[in-house]
Design a binder for this molecule. Structure first.
Ligand code: DGJ
Length: 731
């Protein structure tokens, strides 16, 4: 990105007033977005402090009228990047062992520089810190995304000395927040049960969310959080800070409610030993934060805006409506069946067909999950005309073609496992546990990176009609060990694995900028802003039960944009009662819609309903994917309803999805207030994606004010019903 560079030392005036038992502020660095300020200050002794993060302060009070204020003592003023050493006793952001064995670090302010992106929206501030004694430097990089009200922080850690040193903890960001009470919201779960929302008031001490799984980390816990200050999370009111770490490996986010009542957010890679060689620099991933003075809804919308503009690959492009065959045929892939599904997919209106697992392996055919991973040659018995034959067929039907791969993995029953045992993660003399009958390849090894890039490249080169790759990863790390990494540096594997993955992603993006890439890891196991920098989307979950999906999608979209979350309508029956195709479709239409089945399994009525849903979605896709999301009713509210609205940026159109999610006859007739509209506009209300309309308001013209305060009433009489309302401005 082209940048206008300007250098400055500090935005502050200096003053020489008295100090009451502490330090005198000597300067302040302002980092701001349109509505948010982050203030860094430093004393005359160059001790750096994290002053403030929150609602915009246009003129920091310290320097009004050329008067500085006094600071009481280090400790009450938060460190800027908490270091182990000196007077600091708070949980560190950085812990190192210097070459002479010194465990202390004392960072001092050494200057700041700013640059601004060509379009003026992104201001980068580098705050330079230097250790008092050693040639050890930390350069904090703050990026302020003005319109989106997002600020990210990352650190460049530099060993400027002439001997190697050890890093023990080296986080991305350190933010000190001041409230009376703090309520933490985060998402966690398991396979097919991702992103369940956990919420609790923080008690004194340190609360952490973390993962040690390295791969498919986000099946269990996602590196994202919301903090509500003083009162529990509310959609429309209260101060909320939402954040996420852009890293696809082991991480730790700590929330230290300290003895001063402050909350220190400390987020980065999970601490491990890393030898920083003399002259070497270590770049941490970014910790992304947003502040909302108006509740959680706005915090989410800020993150969604940021993600579409900066955080997700091709975030501004429309996403194709696809049909994936996995739930329809699992491993039973062959050319006639693929052609049959493509015929049906094109009749349904799909824009892309994705062939999932099962198409490869010659000596060890991939007929089930026990064999073939690693051998990425087309099985000629299944696909005699290769990938190209199918991709050309898709093109003849007016569809694009996508292929499933799982290139980080290897089955013991494969040619790859036989030829390259040294590429498999594990330590000599230890068992190599399998998950889903597979081992993990050692991505820290550049040869493995070349191999994985080759798998991708090989698939893409087989036909110009292949434009989508689903990249799966169906195990996490267990017993660790790399034959490539030196014995005394084995712990860096945790970092080098992710770097290896990102190297491959970067090579792919350099060669294939337009291929749509989906990050899947047994469903939603790789949903993070590190992976999304290279991936267009993720697979939300293997669980396509719409009742569960309402919860899963609610959790995932707290932090990640709806257009980047694949949500598919499937044939699979749900719980112990069935749902209509409409209900399943309405749930899936709230994200990036897809279909996951063999369409010939459907009844004629189901096919007609599915076709209608596809047509409907194409008309509202831009509002859902590019609009502002308003959570109207949470599925967690225990009143058996859930509702979400999407409003176009100019507020001329909106779509509201409303669900009755119990399984009983209900006498509740709630109205659902639609947030985010323009009170002064008039909207035509139409119930869509339904053969018979439930709501008396359908077809009426109502004011934005009415719709936001009185709302719509879908008149649910039984459970498992849904209604979708399209609102269009009428002049
Ligand atoms: C796990 C994924 O989440 C599924 O969608 C499917 O691709 C299977 N792997 C294939 O093995």
């Amino acid at each position: 990105m082209a940048a206008k560079i300007c250098t400055f030392i500090c935005a502050a005036a200096f003053a020489g007033c008295a100090v009451a038992g502490g330090y005198k502020t000597a300067g302040i660095v302002e980092i701001s977005t349109n509505d948010t300020s982050l203030l860094v200050s430093y004393t005359e002794d160059k001790i750096p402090h994290f002053e403030y993060f929150g609602k915009k302060i246009k003129s920091p009070k310290y320097f009004e009228g050329n008067q500085s204020v006094t600071q009481s003592d280090v400790g009450e003023e938060a460190p800027l990047y908490s270091e182990r050493g000196g007077k600091n006793f708070l949980e560190p952001a950085i812990e190192v062992i210097h070459p002479d064995g010194d465990l202390n670090t004392e960072l001092r302010f050494a200057g700041a520089e700013k640059s601004v992106s060509a379009d003026g929206n992104v201001e980068t501030t580098i705050v330079r810190l230097a250790d008092k004694k050693e040639k050890f430097f930390v350069n904090l990089r703050f990026k302020a995304f003005r319109k989106e009200n997002v600020i990210s922080e990352s650190a460049e850690i530099v060993n400027g000395g002439d001997a190697d040193m050890k890093l023990r903890k080296f986080v991305s960001g350190y933010f000190c927040i001041r409230g009376r009470k703090y309520f933490l919201t985060h998402i966690n779960g398991n396979w097919a049960n991702e992103a369940r929302v956990s919420e609790a008031e923080l008690t004194r001490g340190i609360t952490a969310i973390q993962s040690r799984k390295l791969v498919r980390t986000t099946l269990s816990e996602n590196p994202a959080f919301m903090l509500s200050l003083d009162t529990p999370r509310n959609e429309e009111s209260g101060e909320v800070i939402a954040g996420a770490l852009a890293w696809s490996g082991n991480y730790k986010l700590e929330f230290e409610f300290d003895e001063f009542g402050h909350l220190n957010i400390i987020g980065g890679i999970l601490p491990c030993e890393y030898i920083l060689k003399k002259g070497e620099k270590f770049d941490t991933p970014e910790l992304i934060l947003t502040y909302s003075p108006d509740g959680a809804g706005r915090a989410t919308r800020n993150l969604h805006d940021w993600a579409r503009n900066y955080g997700v690959y091709a975030g501004k492009s429309p996403r194709p409506l696809l049909l994936n065959c996995w739930e329809g045929v699992t491993f039973n892939v062959n050319e006639p069946v693929m052609r049959e599904i493509m015929d049906d997919a094109s009749k349904l209106g799909a824009e892309l067909f994705v062939m999932d697992d099962g198409w490869f392996g010659v000596k060890y055919p991939r007929d089930d999950e026990r064999a073939g991973l690693g051998d990425w040659q087309v099985n000629p018995k299944k696909l005699p005309n290769g990938l190209a034959g199918l991709a050309d067929y898709a093109a003849s039907k007016g569809m694009k073609f996508g292929v499933w791969i799982e290139p980080e993995m290897v089955n013991p029953q494969s040619e790859l496992a036989n030829t390259h045992p040294d590429w498999i993660v594990g330590f000599p003399g230890r068992d190599k546990p399998q998950i889903r009958n597979q081992w993990l390849l050692d991505l820290s090894n550049p040869k493995v990176q070349d191999f994985i890039f080759g798998v991708f490249d090989g698939v893409l080169k087989s036909s110009p009609n292949i434009s989508y790759i689903k990249w799966d990863a169906n195990r996490h790390l267990e017993s660790v060990g790399s034959a490539y990494i030196a014995q005394n540096e084995q712990e860096r594997f945790y970092i080098d694995y992710v770097r290896g993955l990102y190297n491959v992603y970067a090579r792919i993006r350099a060669k294939y900028p337009n291929v749509v890439l989906q990050a899947c890891a047994s469903g939603g196991g790789r949903i993070d802003y590190g992976a999304l920098k290279y991936n267009d989307e993720v697979w939300g979950s293997d669980n396509t039960n719409p009742f569960d999906r309402l919860f899963i999608q609610y959790g995932e979209t707290l932090f990640y944009p709806v257009k980047a979350i694949g949500a598919h309508i499937s044939k699979t029956p749900c719980r112990n009662f069935t749902t209509s195709m409409k209900f399943r479709a309405d749930v899936a239409m709230m994200c990036r819609l897809g279909i996951e089945m063999r369409p010939s399994d459907l009844t004629d009525d189901e096919t007609a309903d599915l076709k209608r849903a596809v047509e409907t979605y194409k008309k509202i896709r831009d509002v859902v994917c590019e609009g502002d999301m308003y959570r109207l009713v949470s599925p967690y509210d225990n009143r058996n309803f859930a509702a979400t609205a999407y409003v176009s940026k100019d507020k001329t159109r909106a779509v509201a999805f409303i669900f009755c999610i119990n399984d009983k006859t209900t006498t509740d007739r709630p109205y659902f207030k639609i947030g985010g509209l323009d009170a002064d506009k008039k909207y035509k209300v139409e119930e869509i994606n339904c053969p018979s309309k439930l709501s008396p308001q359908s077809g009426k013209v109502l004011s934005g004010e009415y719709l936001m305060n009185r709302g719509v009433n879908p008149r649910f009489r039984t459970g498992a019903l849904s209604a979708v309302f399209e609102l269009t401005e009428v002049k």
